[in-house]
Design a protein around this ligand. Structure first.
Ligand SMILES: [Zn+2]
Ligand SMILES: [Zn+2]
Length: 330
C-alpha cells in the first residue's frame, strides 16, 4: 500500500520486491500495526519526503533471506521491526545512549519503506526477536505503541497516580505496565466516549472521564497520547506540584498559551522522541512477564485506508493491525 504523496489515500500497487543490502534481512510480513504516526505521515504533518513511500513501522515478519554480514538472525526467525530503522552510531547522541535523537536516523515506514506490504527489508541490528507466546497480530502493537509507551512511562517518573490522555493503542498497553508497577491510572478520553472509558476501567483504571474534566485527585504525572495541544494545559492543571506532563506523540496541534502558575511549582512538560534499541529490549523482556495482552482489530492489508480512517475517527478499541498472508500460531 503506497503513499504517493501526503494527503492522498494509500494506493494498492504491485511494486518490485525490495533489494536486500549488506546487513539487512528480507522479511515476509505477517502483520503490521497501524500507528497514529502513520496518520501524521499520510496527512503530511511530518516533513514531506518527495517520493512515494510504504508506511508501517510495527512489523512482525519472518526472515526469508539474509544479506551479507548479518550475524544474528537466521532464515525463518520471527522478528519485529520498529520505527527506529537506522542510526549513524557515531554522533554525540548515538555515543551517549541517545540514538533516538540521532540527526542521521532513518525511520521505518518513512525514510525506509515499511510493513504495509508483503515484503520488507530491515537492518538486522534494529530488529527485535518477538517474545514467544504472542501471535503475530497481538505482537505488532508492542513494537511502537508498546515501546514508545514504555519510554513515555519511564519519562513520567515514579509517581503513583498516572493520567493517560487518549485511550488508544499505546494507553491500553501502558496501563497494564503501570498497574503491574503498582500505580493507579486515571484515563482521559474524548468527551462522551463511554466505550473508551469502559475499556480503561476494564483494564484496571481507577477512574475514567472526559479529557477536560479534573481527575478526582491531583496526578503525579500525565502522558499525552492524543495529538491535541490543548491537552497540555489541561494536563498541567491536573498534575500536582512537581508533576510531569509527557507528550508522547511525534506531532501535536499548537499548544495554547497558558498562565505560568500552572507550570509553577516545578511542574515539567517534556516530549518523548522515538526509541532506542535498549527501550525495545527492556520492554519486550517485560511484556511477557506481566503479561501484557494487546487487544487488536485486524484488517486485511488491502483495507489499510479503512484502518487509518477508523483510527482517525477513534473507532478502534485497542490497536488496529494489518494482516498479511497466513498468520503464524504462537
Ligand atoms: Zn547518530
Ligand atoms: Zn508508531
Amino acid at each position: 500500500m503506497v503513499l504517493d504523496e501526503p494527503g492522498l489515500s494509500l494506493r494498492e500497487a504491485d511494486v518490485a520486491a525490495p533489494t536486500l543490502g549488506s546487513g539487512q534481512v528480507l522479511l515476509r510480513v505477517r502483520a503490521c500495526g497501524v500507528c497514529r504516526t502513520d496518520l501524521h505521515v499520510v496527512d503530511g504533518e511530518l516533513p514531506s519526503l518527495d517520493r512515494p513511500l510504504i508506511p508501517g513501522h510495527q512489523i512482525v515478519g519472518t526472515v526469508e533471506a539474509r544479506g551479507g554480514a548479518v550475524g544474528t538472525l537466521s532464515v525463518g526467525d520471527r522478528v519485529g521491526v520498529p520505527w527506529l530503522g537506522w542510526t549513524c552510531g557515531e554522533c554525540r547522541f548515538c555515543r551517549t545512549g541517545r540514538e533516538n535523537l540521532c540527526p542521521e536516523a532513518r525511520y521505518t515506514g518513512y525514510q525506509i519503506d515499511g510493513g504495509y506490504a508483503e515484503l520488507a527489508v530491515a537492518d538486522a541490528r534494529y530488529c527485535f526477536p518477538i517474545p514467544p507466546g504472542y501471535p503475530d497480530q497481538q505482537a505488532a502493537p508492542l513494537l511502537c505503541a508498546g515501546l514508545i509507551g514504555y519510554r513515555a512511562l519511564r519519562m513520567s517518573g515514579e509517581g503513583e497516580r498516572l493520567g493517560l490522555y487518549g485511550f488508544g493503542s499505546a494507553a491500553h498497553i501502558v496501563i497494564q505496565v503501570a498497574r503491574h508497577q503498582g500505580r493507579r491510572v486515571f484515563a482521559f478520553t474524548r468527551a462522551g466516549d463511554a466505550e473508551a472509558q469502559r475499556f480503561a476501567l476494564d483494564l484496571g483504571a481507577s477512574w475514567a472521564g472526559d479529557s477536560a474534566a479534573p481527575p478526582p485527585q491531583p496526578l503525579d504525572a500525565a502522558i499525552l497520547f492524543a495529538p491535541a495541544g490543548e491537552l497540555v494545559p489541561a494536563a498541567l492543571r491536573a498534575v500536582d506540584k512537581g508533576g510531569t506532563v509527557v507528550c508522547a506523540g511525534i506531532h501535536m496541534s499548537d499548544i495554547p498559551t497558558f498562565p505560568y502558575r500552572i507550570l509553577w511549582e516545578e511542574r515539567v512538560v517534556r516530549s518523548v522522541a522515538n526509541l532506542t534499541r535498549r527501550d525495545g529490549e527492556e520492554f519486550l523482556a517485560l511484556a511477557p512477564q506481566i503479561p501484557v495482552r494487546t487487544e487488536v482489530r485486524a484488517y486485511p492489508l488491502a483495507d489499510a485506508n479503512v484502518a487509518l480512517s477508523d483510527l482517525r475517527a477513534g473507532r478502534i478499541r485497542g490497536a488496529a493491525v494489518l494482516t498479511v498472508g497466513p498468520t503464524r500460531p504462537p
